[in-house]
Design a protein around this ligand. Structure first.
Ligand SMILES: Nc1ncnc2c1ncn2[C@@H]1O[C@H](COP(=O)(O)OP(=O)(O)OP(=O)(O)O)[C@@H](O)[C@H]1O
Ligand SMILES: [Mg+2]
Length: 408
């Protein structure tokens, strides 16, 4: 394997695909070095339901990515999602000894804020600083260098189910990989598709995948909450298979080729294959829309209900950003406009350097965001390491120091 720069890789355990992206950390930024993907057969809604199939898919994806990149992976970020992911808010306060706030004080206050008692079956995945408060003055994002006697921090702690995370670790181990950090998928998708201005104004990112729809809301520039709903593109495919009496594979193809949630030309006909070798037949394309539309509305209304529960359905000036594979369904934006009555747009991941053409579609928003967050959050992970003393996080800390030594 060649070795020019340190490398970071991201793994997306989706319900339809297991994808791996490898980037080199070059002086000009992240450069895509390799990418591999395999059909996912063992993951449902973020949970491993078949260990062997997941390991097989993982091995296939990593083999493809490494044969393209010819590099080893120094640091691996793994995305996690599902209804087991929860977010809780916490606060911490420390007195400032030297009057001038130092990085060490910030580290300490984050440790204090993240010291919460969790049930034994839950594990901390990420600690995300929301804001700092210096002597009662709130809304501070970077307190280092400021004067004050009392430093407070507000954080969001993202937790996951221990057993679900252990099963993901097990799959990685069996594929000779080791996750250095877990990052929640909704946060990763948001990193890839929305910028600081939209977060400041208030925005909801909705990643519609195959079996789940991940949503995350940002207000005043910080994470407000995140959630995963167990519904996605697979439900659309199932509806088509039942409605058109075809196999799931054919229904999936029909969805990609002719799927549309806006009524098409009334005379347009399409040819489809029937079940068990039945002859091909012509159907009215409008039938496909009639089947897909109610389910798409249902998915978007579930998202809207969650926003309404938290009272933010009308206070998101930057509106809704739709991403994930199912956001490619034709007409989705129009339906979304009518459901939310908010600005809606499609979110594509920011382009990275190198071979990034192949991943610049909403299908890979989460994968790209994982790499970006994994790279940027190294400081946060170091704090977490000292608080939770997790083997993987410690390893990352050591790795970051090694990279720094190599570079300077
Ligand atoms: N052009 C398209 N039109 C309609 N649907 C599409 C299109 N392209 C992909 N999809 C759908 O997107 C879904 C896959 O999206 P994605 O890759 O984001 O899911 P995933 O990450 O594997 O799943 P999950 O996030 O639910 O675990 C599939 O249901 C697929 O049918
Ligand atoms: Mg996904």
């Amino acid at each position: 394997m060649r070795k020019a720069f340190p490398t970071i890789a991201a793994c997306d355990f989706g319900s339809s695909k297991v994808a791996i992206l490898i980037c080199e950390i070059t002086p000009s930024g992240l450069e895509v070095a390799g990418f591999g993907q395999a059909r996912s057969r063992g993951v449902r809604k973020g949970v491993v339901v078949n260990l062997d199939s997941t390991v097989e898919a993982l091995q296939e994806a990593i083999h493809e990515a490494q044969s393209l990149s010819q590099v080893d992976i120094d640091f691996l970020v793994c995305g996690v999602t599902g209804t087991h992911i929860q977010c809780l808010q916490s606060n911490g306060m420390i007195p400032v000894r030297e009057r001038e706030i130092r990085q060490l004080d910030v580290q300490k206050v984050l440790e204090t804020a993240s010291t919460v008692s969790l049930p034994l079956d839950r594990e901390v995945i990420q600690v995300i600083p929301q804001e700092y408060i210096v002597d009662g003055q709130d809304g501070i994002h970077q307190p280092v260098g400021m004067y004050g006697r009392r430093l407070e921090a507000r954080v969001q702690i993202v937790t996951g189910a221990v057993t679900t995370l252990q099963n993901i670790r097990r799959c990685l181990q069996k594929a000779d990989l080791d996750s250095d950090a877990f990052i929640s998928h909704p946060l990763a998708s948001a990193r890839a598709v929305v910028g600081p201005q939209e977060r400041e104004a208030g925005v909801c990112v909705v990643d519609i995948g195959a079996a789940s729809t991940d949503m995350v809301v940002f207000q005043d520039g910080v994470l407000s909450w995140l959630q995963s709903i167990s519904i996605g593109g697979m439900h659309l495919t199932n509806d088509l298979a039942v409605g058109l009496k075809t196999s799931l594979n054919d229904a999936e193809e029909i969805k990609h080729r002719y799927g549309c949630v806006l009524q098409p030309d009334p005379y347009e006909k399409v040819e489809i294959v029937g079940l068990a070798g039945a002859e091909t037949r012509q159907i009215d394309r409008r039938l496909i829309t009639t089947i897909l539309q109610p389910r798409v509305e249902e998915i978007l209304q579930l998202v809207r209900n969650e926003l309404a529960k938290r009272g933010v359905d009308e206070s998101l000036p930057s509106g809704i950003v739709l991403t994930g594979g199912s956001s490619l369904l034709k007409g989705l934006l129009d339906v979304s406009h009518s459901v939310f009555s908010l600005p809606c747009r499609l979110g594509r991941p920011e382009r990275l350097g190198g071979l990034s053409e192949m991943i610049s579609t909403p299908v890979y928003s989460s994968l790209v965001g994982l790499i970006q967050l994994g790279f940027e959050q190294s400081e946060d992970l170091k704090y977490m390491a000292s608080v939770y003393q997790k083997k993987g996080v410690k390893k990352f800390q050591a790795q970051v120091f090694r990279w720094m030594k190599d570079f300077f």
